[in-house]
Unconditional design. Structure first.
Length: 311
């Protein structure tokens, strides 16, 4: 068992710790094949770093060139790779094939293992999601960490459903719902929601997540915007009109900006005005990301500039 803390003599206390997979996205398009660091949790951590948030990533990568590329990528945004992350024989990969409209389909070569974690301190926000919360044996360690940190910090969760890597629908839904009651904020894409709950509309799915214990349920709907719901409020936030290079990392950029908003929202909790600001900021971050190839989220300055009213 190792401690969840940053390395180095200063023992920096991080505002956000992200736990989950990091891998290499092998992107195949009509123009050829390229490799980029990726994985939904790693993308969220990178997005947070670009937004100026002190962030650490606890992951599982190999001591190989792809693992080194991931670490360099994270460090370029100021993200700390937490001790214990070099734990696999080789770094995982996902092959993303781009369609003519920029949408991506994925094939995975991944394993996920994580040693038990004992938090030396609790960050302001603990985020997890995606493959890391479903794939054994590492998923058990992720759940145990959430149980340890429950009620000690804000916990956010994006399951980022990848059906090809899951077992039966019933098993995956059970795993997901067991984690929802440990979290404060749950974000689904509309595709995630429809896969998990094919007989529910999105409003009903949001209500179901709140009933499972989430304080805030967020469902993104691509060009149709996003839904943010609490027990008291339900808001539909429009998307930001944008050209699309591809959709890789858009949901992760949305998630990173949402976490930034949770960190900086002040004392008004999840009041309607706060929810609207959270949704509009996150939607702008996603729109900036889809305008350019790959998981390339905005910097804080870019986001602020785009959010300023036109003069």
């Amino acid at each position: 068992m190792y401690h969840l803390e940053s390395a180095g003599p200063s023992r920096q206390l991080l505002d956000v710790v992200v736990v989950g997979e990091a891998l290499i996205d092998v992107v195949t398009s009509p123009e050829g094949t390229s490799e980029y660091p990726g994985g939904s949790p790693a993308n969220v951590a990178y997005g947070l770093g670009r937004l100026g948030v002190d962030t650490g990533l606890l992951t599982a990568i190999g001591d190989d060139e792809r693992g080194a590329a991931i670490e360099r990528h994270l460090h370029s945004a100021g993200v700390t790779l937490l001790p214990g992350s070099y734990s696999l024989g080789r770094t995982a990969s996902a092959t993303a094939t781009l369609a003519t409209d920029g949408s991506a389909s994925y094939d995975f070569d991944i394993s996920w293992a994580l040693e038990p974690v004992a938090p030396a301190y609790v960050p302001k926000v603990l985020h997890t999601g995606s493959i890391a919360t479903f794939l054994a044996p590492g998923a058990d360690a992720v759940k145990a960490l959430l149980q340890l940190c429950r009620h000690e910090c804000t916990i956010t969760y994006d399951p980022n459903i990848r059906p090809a890597l899951l077992g039966s629908h019933a098993e995956a839904k059970s795993i997901f719902e067991d984690l929802v009651h440990l979290t404060d904020v749950v974000k689904l894409s509309d595709e995630d929601a429809q896969w998990l709950y094919p007989r529910k509309d999105l409003d009903d799915t949001a209500a179901h997540l709140l009933g499972l214990g989430a304080g805030l349920a967020v469902i993104t709907k691509g060009s149709q915007g996003s839904l943010l719901a609490t027990a008291a409020t339900r808001l539909n936030i429009p998307s930001v009109e944008s050209g699309v290079a591809d959709t890789i990392g858009a949901g992760d950029s949305y998630m990173a900006a949402l976490i930034l908003g949770l960190l900086t929202r002040g004392t008004d909790g999840l009041a309607p005005a706060v929810l609207e600001q959270l949704g509009r900021t996150a939607s702008m971050a996603a729109a900036i990301t889809v305008r350019r190839p790959g998981a390339n989220p905005p910097t804080l300055q870019e986001l602020r500039t785009h959010l300023q009213p036109a003069s």
